[in-house]
Ligand binder design. Sequence first.
Ligand code: LLP
Length: 424
Amino acid sequence: MDHFLYRDGILHAENVPLPAIARDVGTPVYVYSAATLLRHFRLFDEALSWGPHLVCYAVKAASNVAILKLLGDAGAGMDVVSEGEYRRARAAGVPGDRIVFSGVGKTEAEMRHVLAHGVRQINLESEPEMRLLSRVATEMGVTVPVTVRVNPDVDAKTHEKIATGRSDNKFGIPIARAREVYAEIAKLAGLRVVGIDVHIGSQLTDLEPFRQAYRKVADLTGILRADGHPIERLDLGGGLGIPYARSNLAPPVPSEYGQVIREEVGHLGCEIEIEPGRLIAGNAGILMTSTIYMKEGEGRDFLIVDAAMNDLIRPAMYGAHHDIVPIVETAPGTDRRPYDIVGPVCESGDTFAKGRDMAPLGAGDLIAMRSAGAYGAVMASEYNSRPLVPEVLVQGDRYAVIRARPTLDEMISRDTIPQWLSEA
Ligand code: LLP
């Protein structure tokens, strides 16, 4: 459930009519609902309320500092994968002891930064990384809590670009080698084993792969404890999927996911961490855009909108479906026609949807691409020299720009011409 609903025929974000935001901020623009973000975070929190736990929001999904502050103030921890994300979480007021540092390629500089400023745990992904972290921690005179991300070799049954738990993916260490890796860590100075980490992929719409992975983690917990390692925390990753098309069968909900966790690892007495991103932010955001032209092609009509693949890359990159709806509700009984909804970027891949049935639309009409809150703004670029898309947060009947649209001058002024070219 989200808080983007029609009222009197106009799509609202909570109590704010979206046309008001379009007038004020212009389009394209991302609009987030605070109530939806909080609701989704609390669903996970409640789903794990049977034991000690921390829901660490995956910052990569939507990393605006205002969103992090909203969730952090509600008690969320954060899962970060770079110093940039770590600094965003800290700028939002999230204490270091609620921040988990994940990622396959942490640099020495990033390690030094988080160790100096406080971190809950570092999820290690390889042996060279653990040796480097041991050296850095020792030099800094600290001991850092660590887990190892194990790769359980299960098929997450999701899009190949976002599956991470198969043995041929770059992530984690093979679960079969976990014992020897933990044995080496136990000998390394500056590292303190606290648990095990696993993450098998994103947009999972079936609980079975989670169950398989968590069962393997439970078995491994027993083995590692018998070897003398203090496994007291399990980081079970993110990945629960969301309904992108409202017509689809609904994927499992957080309470069902929490139940699977309880059944598979609840008996171990561990503190549970999870790292959901998409389910918290995805349906809490829309991308609002205006039509520029309606162009009749041969056998198909194109709706050319002012958002493009640089603003929302998911359809071009993963063939992802996003529901696209008019901001002014279509009256019942209105004839619809199929449109290809495309952006202005000079690539055929700049297509949001093909043959989407919509009521006839004209220049300047507003439409919303739904479920765009996760992996939307964060993956935006300036391709075709289109300024980064702004972001707005709505809460109740208030709204605020949480990232302004840069001016074209600001965008261009970041480039510098070398002296030798200016002298000519
Ligand atoms: N933890 C780790 C270690 C991750 O790699 C990810 C996502 C998450 C948590 C959060 O997963 P979520 O709950 O959001 O599924 N850009 C792609 C998704 C990439 C996901 C990357 N890792 C997309 O637009 O579908």
